[in-house]
Design a protein around this ligand. Structure first.
Ligand code: FMN
Length: 370
């Protein structure tokens, strides 16, 4: 049987990936004062045994006020760094899957409730809430609080915080950084004309709206080891008339490539409550394909990719270089094993689990040490 496209190796800067399956960042709302807990060891630990090529740590706040919720992970001081270090040390003892991190600032969408406790935003007076910051003082939605608009000192503080977290990520030996410019969080808030109404050099024209995200990219690129990848996650459209769209995303992607970005992860939406998303299997893949046509750096597709043949088709037709899984791999943490079995590929499994290989898939597991 020919080697399936989904199980062909691929390189992103210095990362050698055995297949095309990456684990998307997923907030767990289980941190304490920004510090990872045992939950993260259990959760990331099981995903590190999944046979995927890469694991991305959830949206990790570069400043306390940049957390989506009070229970988010952070990487802004020695305590948060040490807590993440403990989790990584344990996982690395048993898995050599490359692990990267999504660095994030939630902007006006910070200070929200943990999703399973409700929806909406805490008031700044609530013990679990705080005052938020954004490009402009426009609340996300009815019932949300107006953020403070960031002045030039504030922009410097946020940019420097991204760079400082990148230094901490490097010290932790993380394999790559993904900057979060998607889903309506701070960097996306700068890009979209719906959330950025500034009249200085950071607002107005597309050039000006891209300025702060590109400055953050440059600062992080300079702070992270040159041989390691720095990538960007974007929302390719707001799905709102007059908002950020595919055309602007393509311009942004071209600029990112020129600034040395190593890959672009193409998601969508999250900026505006009026979004009309044509939700369905592979619904964001056409956006990934459009960005891929405009640049030569690797492109990651994500969003309702759940079936093995569906993933294989995305890679084999060249719509994207990699596919990312979120809900699908929570539901089936051995999704890559099952995909390899179905498609005729091979995956790494921990030695402790080798005896689980079903008889009909006798070459499923790669047994030589990595
Ligand atoms: C539990 C959960 C947490 C998530 N947290 C993040 C996050 O931290 N950062 C991010 O960019 N996207 C986050 N997402 C979005 C996913 O990364 C992904 O883009 C989305 O779920 C669509 O992919 P899927 O259909 O494979 O789930 C999260 C999704 C889920 C289900």
């Amino acid at each position: 049987m020919a080697q399936p496209a989904l199980f062909k190796p691929f390189n992103v800067r210095n990362l050698t990936l055995p297949n095309r399956i990456v684990i998307a960042p997923m907030c767990q709302y289980s941190a304490e004062n920004g510090c990872m807990t045992d939950w993260h060891l259990i959760h990331l630990g099981q995903l590190a045994l999944s046979g995927a090529a890469l694991l991305t740590i959830e949206a990790t706040a570069v400043l306390p006020e940049g957390r989506i919720t009070y229970a988010d992970v952070g990487l802004w001081n020695d305590e948060t760094e040490a807590a993440m270090g403990r989790v990584l040390e344990s996982i690395r003892r048993w898995s050599d899957m490359p692990i990267g991190i999504q660095l994030s600032h939630a902007g006006r969408k910070a200070s929200t409730l943990v999703p399973w406790t409700g929806s909406g935003q805490y008031s700044p007076e609530d013990p679990h809430g705080w005052e938020t910051e954004a490009p402009s003082g426009i609340p996300f939605a009815d019932g949300y609080f107006a953020p403070m608009d960031l002045n030039l000192d504030g922009l410097r503080r946020v940019r420097d915080a991204f760079a400082a977290s990148a230094v901490r990520a490097a010290r932790l030996g993380l394999g790559f950084i993904q900057l979060h410019a998607a889903h309506g969080y701070l960097l996306h808030q700068f890009l979209s004309p719906l959330s950025n109404r500034r009249d200085d050099e950071y607002g107005g024209s597309l050039e000006n709206r891209m300025r702060f995200p590109l400055e953050v990219f440059d600062a992080v690129r300079a702070a992270f080891p040159a041989d390691k990848a720095v990538t960007m996650r974007v929302s390719a459209t707001d799905w709102v008339e007059g908002g950020w769209d595919a055309e602007q995303t393509i311009e942004f992607a071209t600029r990112l490539e020129a600034h040395g970005c190593d890959a672009i992860h193409v998601s969508s939406g999250g900026l505006h409550p009026a979004q009309q998303i044509p939700i369905g299997p592979s619904y964001q893949v056409p956006l990934a394909r459009a960005v891929k046509a405009a640049v030569s750096i690797p492109i990651v597709a994500v969003g309702l990719i759940t079936e093995f043949e569906q993933a294989e088709a995305i890679i084999s037709t060249g719509d994207a270089d990699l596919i990312a899984l979120a809900r699908g791999i929570l539901y089936d943490p051995h999704w890559p094993w099952h995909a390899a079995a179905e498609l005729g590929g091979q995956v790494h499994a921990p030695n402790q689990y080798l005896r689980s290989q079903p008889r009909q898939y006798k070459d499923l597991f790669i047994t030589e040490p990595r």
